[in-house]
Design a protein around this ligand. Structure first.
Ligand SMILES: *Cc1c(COP(=O)(O)O)cnc(C)c1O
Length: 493
């Protein structure tokens, strides 16, 4: 099976696409045949969750065998729910909780699968040695990647985070990380220094030829990897199935999904579910005050030339949503020259315009809305008071947009809102929104939130305070290459 690059470069098979992540021409890999290949979506809905998931994953990544076994080692032991992503009912809301994994955020779903796919891809190509993941993180992705790659044979991972630039809980999550094949290092600088340091190290190390001589392949756990998208498509089916089990829908009824969006990966995974036949009505893109996407869906103009706002939903603070490139490709029937042109103009001038006929097609499947900081806090407070449901700020953005979508008169009868993080990950914002006092450090705030709500703090968060610190290195951004070189010289982590 071949995946096309959105910018028209050489296609890649599944193994190559998973190992590379991004195509050499800068494009993203897409399965252009997905809308045409038949998939028995209705038959698989009756299967047990993991078998169903395996059928979906095998359709998206047919080059990989043994998918059910792979998912069995990825999810059940890491997730505290037998259905992986349970559907909660709160007032009129149906909330798909994606945060039952080891780091209490939705990136766990995909990052617990990607390492196993990478190992399989290398084994299938007869490659020995280690796949070494280098990641710069502003907080959440680093921890989810560490948990996903921890003790996975044939892989190693090094995570760099800005010293003083992540929350105390995020720092503790990373520096106490267990596992034989993990390394965590603070960088004196901000996230941008950290990220550009890793990019430079990546290029310089590959240039040196040293990783190859040691049998090491450098890679990243980037969110544009097809191996991260595929697992996310699964939970749209899991949500549909749970609505059927509760007799809230009959097979074939359309369901809308409202998705708290940053890099556009989560919502694009929902589009893949729709292309596979799942009766998805609209995919509603919910943005915070960084409303680039809301404006794009309204006007057809993608314009990143605006102030970057820091919000209470930091994982959605993004001005360039990389995965939108895939939607442009699919909605234009693979017009790679058009997609390349858009991306070039975006890089050069900071904006591009999509013709009305393509926007009209996009709007058949997508809608969009946004939520200010005040509205976000108000929504957390109201959802708690009126529905008894404690939402994190990312989820609250989507709940506010869900209300508006339902009021628009265009919504399907069933609307599911995706919830991407546990409220205990953002205790200060949630506490103050529900009328509590955000005092002390984040651990104190989690406790306060727990007594106020009567909900337990997830053990993976509450246990952190007393865990042993394993990693204390702090280096300058310019030393990242040397740091990784030392690891490579010893044959990997
Ligand atoms: C990453 C993230 C998002 C955004 O998901 P995208 O796939 O980047 O659109 C939303 N909420 C949380 C909590 C996240 O970590």
């Amino acid at each position: 099976m071949l995946y096309q690059s959105t910018r028209g470069g050489a296609p890649a098979d599944g193994a190559e696409a998973v190992l590379r992540g991004i195509a050499p021409d800068g494009g993203l890999y897409v399965d252009a045949s997905l809308p045409k290949r038949p998939f028995p979506w209705d038959e698989i809905l009756c299967l047990p969750p993991l078998s169903m998931a395996a059928r979906i994953m095998s359709h998206l990544l047919p080059d990989f065998g043994g998918m059910e076994e792979l998912l069995r080692s990825a999810w059940p032991e890491r997730f505290d729910s037998p259905v992986i992503t349970p559907l909660a009912s709160a007032g009129g809301f149906r909330i798909l909780e994606l945060f039952h994994g080891p780091t209490c955020a939705f990136k766990d779903v995909a990052l617990s699968v990607l390492p196993l796919l990478m190992t399989k891809a290398r084994a299938g190509r007869g490659e020995a040695g280690q796949t070494l993941i280098l990641t710069a993180t502003s907080g959440d992705t680093g921890k989810a990647a560490l948990e996903g790659f921890r003790n996975v044979d044939g892989t190693g991972i090094v995570v760099f985070f800005p010293d003083g630039g992540v929350s105390p809980v995020q720092r503790m999550q990373m520096v106490t990380q267990t596992g034989e094949n993990v390394r965590v290092c603070a960088v004196s600088g901000n996230f941008d220094d950290c990220q550009s340091g890793v990019k430079k190290a990546f290029a310089a190390l590959n240039e040196s030829g040293e990783p190859a001589r040691r049998g090491i392949v450098l890679s990243s756990a980037n969110s544009i990897n097809i191996g991260r998208l595929a697992p996310q498509t699964v939970y749209y089916f899991l949500a549909y199935r749970q609505l059927m089990d509760r007799d809230e829908i009959a097979p074939g009824d359309p369901v809308d999904f409202v998705v708290p969006t940053g890099n556009f990966g989560d919502i694009l995974a929902g589009y893949q579910a729709k292309l596979m036949g799942l009766p998805v009505g609209h995919l509603v893109c919910a943005s915070n005050a960084n409303r680039v996407l809301t404006d794009f869906f309204a006007t057809g103009i993608y314009d990143r030339r605006r102030e970057f706002l820091r919000t209470a939903s930091p994982s959605m603070d993004i001005l360039i949503s990389s995965n939108l490139e895939r939607l442009l490709y699919l909605a234009s029937d693979g017009a790679e020259a058009f997609v390349s042109a858009c991306m070039n103009v975006l890089a050069r001038e900071g904006a591009y315009t999509v013709p009305e006929e393509i926007m009209a097609r996009i709007r058949e499947d997508f809608a969009a809305g946004c939520c200010s900081e005040e509205e976000c806090a108000r929504t957390i407070g109201r959802t708690w008071r009126e529905c008894g449901y404690l939402a994190d700020p990312h989820t609250a953005v989507a709940l506010k947009v869900t209300d508006e979508w339902k009021a628009s008169g265009r919504a399907a009868k069933a609307v599911v809102t995706l919830s991407t993080a546990s409220p205990f990950k953002f205790p200060a914002a949630v506490l103050s929104a529900v009328g509590g006092q955000a005092e002390g450090d984040e651990f104190d705030q989690m406790e306060a939130l727990s007594s106020l709500s009567g909900l337990p703090v997830p053990p993976s968060l509450s246990g952190l305070r007393d865990k042993a610190v394993r990693f204390t290195d702090v280096i300058a951004p310019g030393k990242i290459g040397d740091y990784v070189y030392e690891i490579i010289r010893k044959g990997g982590v």
